[in-house]
Structure formats: C-alpha cells, structure tokens
Design a binder for this molecule. Structure first.
Ligand SMILES: Nc1nc2c(ncn2[C@@H]2O[C@H](COP(=O)(O)OP(=O)(O)OP(=O)(O)O)[C@@H](O)[C@H]2O)c(=O)[nH]1
Ligand SMILES: [Mg+2]
Length: 329
C-alpha cells in the first residue's frame, strides 16, 4: 500500500529537475543548494540531475586543497576566493569531509572562516559529507562539481580534511591539487607515507610565521628531488604562505596558473578529466551492483546458494558466478 505514496512525489520531483537546473543556471543559490543536497544524499532523481547537467561538464577549473586538520585549508580557500573574485571569476567551494557521515564541528569552522563571502552572489560555498551516497564521496564530489559548473562557476575549490586514502581519492578528482603543510607537524613525512606526494601538484607550506617553516620547505623539496621525473613532466611547486594574513596567496594563484598551463600544453587536462570520469562511472556502477546484490541477499537467491555451498554441493566461486548472472549485469 505504501508504494504509490512514495512513487507519486518522486515522479513529481523528477519533473522538477530541469526547472531546478534552469534556476541554478540563472544563479539562484537555493536551486544550487537543493541540487547539491540531492547529489549528497544519493537521491533517486540523481540520474535525471546528472543528465540535465551533462552539457555543462568540464567548464570549471577544479582545484583541490588537502592536508592535515587545522593546517589552514579553509583560511587559504577563503583567501583564494578573494583573489579569484578580484579577477572576476565566479567561484564554487566544496568543503568535503570524508571521515564523518555527519556535518560536524570542522564544517562549522569552515562556515565561520569563509563568512567573508557569505553575501557575495558570485560565490557558492557548500559543505558535504558522504552520508547516503552509494558510491561515497568519490562519486558524489564530481557530481557536486558539475552542479557548480552548471551554475556558471569558473573555478571550483574542493577542500578535503586529513591525510589518508579517502583524501587521496577526492584530491585526485581535481585538475590541480594543493597539499598544505605546516611547520613542525611532521607533515612532510606523513605526506610521503600516505601517498600524498604523488598527488600534489603544489605544496603550500602554510603558517610560515611559525618556527620551522624553512626546515619544512627543505624537507619537501628534498623529497621532490628524490622523485624520478621524465622530460616535460610536472615538478611540484613549493610555495610559502601565511594564509591568516593573506600572505603568499598570489604565489599560490601563480603556481595554480602555471600548473594549469602545463596541463593544457601536455594534453594532461583531458587525460585527468577522462580518468576522473572513469572513476566516477566505476563508482556509480559498483554502487548499483552493491545495491542489487543487497537485494538478492534479502530475496531467495543468496540464501539458496549459501545453503548449497554450506552443504558442499556447490563451490563458492560457482555460486558467486550464479549470483552475478542473476544481476543481469
Ligand atoms: N599562525 C598561523 N595560523 C594560521 C594560518 N593560517 C591559518 N591559521 C589558523 O589555523 C587554524 C585552522 O585554520 P583552518 O583554515 O580552519 O584550517 P583547516 O585546515 O581548514 O582545518 P580543518 O578544516 O579543521 O581540517 C585557525 O585558527 C586559523 O586562524 C597561518 O598562516 N599562520
Ligand atoms: Mg577547514
């Protein structure tokens, strides 16, 4: 009995999608916020949202900022937004928290630190968590980027917290990835351990007003020097900043521009974006498969196969094959 009750509003909502996208295109911040909420929660209308946004893909430059908690990502993002606005760009900001299913305290801090732009109609700022999304943040983030591209953003800044695998995944979705370090946090060593060195296009040694900034710059330059690079390959830049005072922001912007130029010159922009699309497709497909397998678990198929494997009538590989054939994949 409950089925029609849920089906009716969902049809009505899917009809609303083109209008919602049109309003986002026209710069209505509430429409943008609504679309990102749909993306974040893995709403069932997502395929329609994605279809409506497809024509606007690839219009924004995507810059990722990652690094340990408290290193100054939000402060730097806030200052970069200011610099980009001064150049006349429309800017989107996604503050992504891969570790928490909830929007927690850190995100509240982000809001406060990015308050400067709260009333600027040329800036969209949004926090995201992975709750509910089938493919997790690696699927949700690029779709949220598309929403911001659709809304006419020229640049999208994606802030991710921490140093770990999830951050590497999210950061690798960007055209250009900034890794922020701070003096005396052992960050340089951690970065190497977590595979951050491989994803960094630009290192920002922030909090350069503190002792040990020179040592951190030296450490990271030493590590970059150790890496093997072919001719024409990008050599990560190292920039110092005191984001809290707005110092070094022009140097960061210049390093981003330089990397952008290199990406275009070496056809790397296309390659990265195709890799991003491939990861996105894979994440969505895996999410669908996981959901279908989950539905088989509740049905008769998996329990029946499981009983046969437990009895020794069937081996688990043959059973898995049979399960997959039930998916119609
Ligand atoms: N001394 C000093 N403090 C800074 C600098 N940049 C940022 N901070 C301070 O460092 C603290 C954390 O800054 P955030 O920008 O919130 O850092 P974050 O990396 O976004 O933090 P999370 O999102 O919680 O991971 C704040 O109190 C900032 O004011 C800097 O250049 N020098
Ligand atoms: Mg932050």
């Amino acid at each position: 009995m409950s089925e029609p009750a849920t089906a009716v509003p969902s049809i009505r909502r899917s009809r609303d999608i083109p209008m919602l996208v049109e309003r986002a295109r026209a710069g209505d911040p509430r429409a943008v916020a609504r679309l990102i909420t749909l993306v974040e929660s893995g709403d069932e209308v997502l395929p329609q949202v994605a279809a409506a946004l497809a024509p606007y893909a690839g219009q924004a430059q995507v810059v990722g900022l990652t690094g340990s908690p408290g290193v100054g990502k939000s402060t730097t993002t806030n200052e970069l937004v200011r610099a980009l606005r001064a150049r006349g760009h429309r800017v989107g900001v996604l503050a992504v928290d891969p570790s928490s299913p909830f929007t927690g305290g850190a995100i509240l801090g982000d809001r406060v630190r990015m308050q400067d732009h709260a009333t600027d109609p040329g800036v969209y700022i949004r926090s995201m968590s992975s709750r509910g999304h089938l493919g997790g943040l690696s699927a949700a983030t690029p779709q949220a980027v598309r929403v911001l591209e659709g809304a006419g953003c020229d640049v999208v800044l994606v802030e991710t917290v921490g140093v770990g695998q999830a951050e590497v995944e999210v950061a690798s979705l960007a055209d250009t990835t900034l890794v922020l370090l701070a003096p005396g946090m052992g960050d340089a060593i951690q970065a190497v351990k977590a595979g951050i060195l491989e994803i960094a296009d630009v290192f920002v040694v922030n909090k350069a007003d503190r002792d040990g900034a020179d040592a951190t710059v030296r450490d990271i330059q030493g590590m970059i020097a150790l890496g093997e690079r072919g001719p024409g390959e990008w050599r990560p830049q190292v920039v110092r900043a005191i984001a809290a005072r707005g110092e070094g922001i022009d140097d960061i912007a210049a390093a981003i521009d330089k990397h952008r130029g290199w990406l275009v010159e070496h056809d790397e922009l296309r390659r990265r974006r195709e890799a991003r699309a491939a990861a996105e497709i894979e994440a969505i497909a895996l999410g669908v498969l996981r959901a279908r397998i989950g539905s088989l678990r509740d049905g008769t198929e998996l329990p029946t196969l499981a009983a046969r494997v437990a009895e020794g009538v069937l081996d688990p590989y043959a059973a898995a094959d049979e399960l997959l054939s039930q998916l119609g994949a």
